[in-house]
Design a protein around this ligand. Structure first.
Ligand code: ZN
Length: 657
């Protein structure tokens, strides 16, 4: 790093605070202008320029660097990154002005803040906060210990602020929720936001997005227009008889606008206008809305990266709250974490109708309710093919670290009450199944034996080909018709009177049309008999399929191909977990298992009951009581229903086609 001059160009960086009792960015720019003048530095920023940046959301403008709506714990932000680049590019930059340390960062770990500060200083610039100034940090120069400690404490406090804020917000929301007030957000379909006083007396309906701050007043969700409530009642009545997709289809066909029509949504990062089309999820969402039976539910879902809500107060984030990439995810809170209080209005539908509808919906939803489906088969190669032998449940895919794992579904759905934390690494399991298929199915010796069997079978089939007999008969019929037509044509030419000519020509037309019909039948029978027309082609087709399997099995890292392979072979994995004593606690370890393919019977009666959390208690207690829960039932469970007739499960089984 070359030496920068002490008097050069000044840059200004800040993050918008959202705090109301702070100086505005424009006021900060005034501070930089004054100080830069005193120090003899060049600085082009103006209050107007930063106001414009606030309006436009632009991150960089001349000497101004402004991160709008970027959280302080993220250490890579558009304006901050641009600031660093500009310092490196322009050796004239000598000073960087930042209002306060918490404007630079609110790090989760205070050391990250110190490191960021040192990184800027080691670029050779002087860092100027409102209350302190920090000289450039020469390379390989130990930072001053006292200075580092102060910096550490500052960043620790600014990081803590985020957590304090999260805690305060959750506690405030809790007390609101417990009194039945809204904790923010848009009301569900059919409801409106009302301004109410501390004991719930209605003041007035609020406009969409209107914010009112009034001492001792709150917002409450109350039933809206009677037309919308009637529509809700109608939807709920239809839903008892029809699936949600059908209800949605009918409403769309009737031209009734869906609740979110004309809103702009962002899905997978793409902004799009919501069309007026009804979706099954909207329908079930309306049916499951507790407000309809006059209950206010709070805490169905949790989001945010600091603390999360439970009925007793905030809790820290744990492993389950993060996505595979480490970002916090929105989770569905278990029922006992939610707060439910009676609403201050009459229910739209009777409670028993609501409960009845919920149980219908739970039954229809089957196994996957509440589990977002992986859209990419490559992410879930063993989806619905891996089971816990102990409890007979499927194991569900779960993101884990940078990879994924399969964890007992019963354990997940019962929140650890009904089964142990049985899990297996996803990639390890996938590779194991692949090895098994390569060894036992696609091995050379086995394939040769299989070839012999396929040939024998194909020969037997050809000998008794009923189709061919039928084709021969039709061909003979066609030849006969052709002969007759030729004779009639000759007679036609020889016909002496008009009358005779007409009558012969009538017969001719009739015969001609039946000849055409038979010709078509012959052609279609020929098409049918073409596949397979010989032992060789039939065997070739079978082996093409096997070659395709080998190809799919060729690349252990191509999970999408493996997923296809597993589907074609209809692989099923059953894992056995047993407790193993560790130094401190007992942990369940995988100790063995069973692998089947084709139509081989499952070693256990797979759990077929409901998997919704609410119904779990009843269903599982019944199941574990039955003594024949674990024994070879001989029942064939075919998870995949597509194309069974041509299923390769048959070919691959190795005993017959
Ligand atoms: Zn289990």
């Amino acid at each position: 790093m070359s030496q920068r001059s002490g008097k050069g160009r000044a840059l200004f960086y800040t993050r918008d605070s959202g705090g109301k009792h702070e100086e505005t960015p424009a006021e900060y720019v005034g501070w930089v202008q004054r100080t830069a003048r005193e120090l003899g530095l060049r600085f082009s920023g103006t209050a107007e320029a930063i106001d414009e940046m606030m309006r436009s959301g632009c991150a960089v403008s001349g000497d101004l660097f402004f991160d709008l709506c970027v959280q302080g714990h993220l250490l890579s932000r558009p304006a901050l990154d641009a600031l660093k680049a500009e310092i490196v590019r322009d050796q004239d930059v000598s000073h960087v002005f930042i209002p306060r340390r918490d404007r630079l960062a609110r790090p989760d770990n205070a050391l990250d803040g110190v490191a960021l500060e040192n990184e800027l200083r080691s670029l050779g610039i002087t860092l100027v906060y409102r209350t302190s100034t920090h000289a450039p940090l020469p390379k390989r120069h130990r930072p001053n210990m006292g200075e580092t400690i102060v910096s550490l404490i500052d960043f620790d406090q600014s990081g803590r602020f985020r957590q304090d804020l999260a805690e305060k917000m959750i506690l405030a929301q809790l007390s609101l929720a417990k009194s039945g007030f809204s904790t923010g957000g848009r009301p569900p379909f059919g409801y409106r936001r009302w301004l109410v006083d501390a004991i719930g007396n209605r003041i007035r309906e609020l406009e969409k997005g209107e914010i009112v701050r009034k001492q001792g007043h709150h917002v409450m969700w109350l039933p809206g227009h009677e037309a919308e409530l009637d529509l809700i009642r109608r939807i709920l009545a239809m839903l008892e008889l029809l699936p949600a997709t059908e209800v949605a289809r009918r409403l769309t066909a009737e031209g009734i606008r869906s609740p979110d029509a004309d809103r702009v949504r962002t899905d997978n990062g793409v902004k799009h206008q919501v069309l007026g089309v009804w979706h099954a999820t909207t329908i079930t969402g309306i049916a499951r809305q507790p407000l309809n039976r006059a209950l206010v539910e709070y805490g169905r879902r949790s989001m945010g990266d600091q603390l999360r809500m439970t009925a007793d107060g905030p809790r820290c984030l744990d492993e389950q709250d993060s996505r595979a990439d480490g970002k916090p995810k929105v989770i569905q809170n278990p029922v006992h974490f939610r707060i439910v209080v009676p609403a201050q209005f009459d229910p739209i539908i009777p409670a028993d109708q609501f409960d009845r509808l919920l149980s219908i919906l739970d039954q229809r939803a089957g196994t996957q309710r509440g589990k977002p489906r992986s859209r990419d088969p490559g992410k879930n190669p063993l989806g619905s093919r891996i089971h816990d032998l102990g409890c007979s449940w499927p194991m569900y895919r779960q993101p884990h670290g940078k990879s994924f794992r399969y964890t007992c579904g019963l354990y997940q759905q019962s929140h650890g009450e009904k089964c142990a934390h049985n899990h297996v690494d996803g990639l390890t399991a996938t590779r194991f199944v692949l090895r098994a298929i390569r060894q036992r199915l696609l091995d050379g010796n086995r394939l040769r034996k299989l070839q012999d069997k396929i040939e024998a079978r194909a020969r037997a089939e050809l000998q008794s080909s009923a189709q061919d007999t039928k084709l021969d008969a039709k061909r003979a019929e066609f030849a006969q018709l052709q002969g007759q037509l030729a004779r009639i044509q000759k007679n036609l030419a020889l016909a002496e009177s008009d009358e005779l000519f007409r009558s012969i020509s009538e017969v001719f037309t009739e015969l001609k049309s039946s000849a055409q019909r038979v010709e078509r039948e012959v052609a279609s029978l020929e098409r049918l008999s073409q596949v397979p027309s010989s032992v060789e082609t039939e065997v070739a087709i079978a082996f093409e399929i096997i070659a395709r399997l080998s190809e799919l099995a060729g690349d252990a890292s191509n999970l999408a191909a493996l997923s296809q392979l597993f589907k074609q072979v209809n692989v099923q994995v059953y894992l056995l977990f047993l407790p193993v004593k560790k130094r401190r606690r007992t942990e369940n370890k995988m100790t063995g298992g069973v692998l089947t393919w084709g139509n081989a019977p499952s070693p256990i009666q797979k759990y077929q009951g409901p998997t919704g959390r609410g119904q779990l208690r009843l269903a599982t207690s019944q199941r574990t009581d039955s003594p024949d829960a674990i024994n070879g039932s001989g029942k064939t469970d075919v998870v995949d229903s597509g194309g069974r007739d041509r299923s390769l499960g048959n070919v691959s089984r190795g005993d017959r086609i």
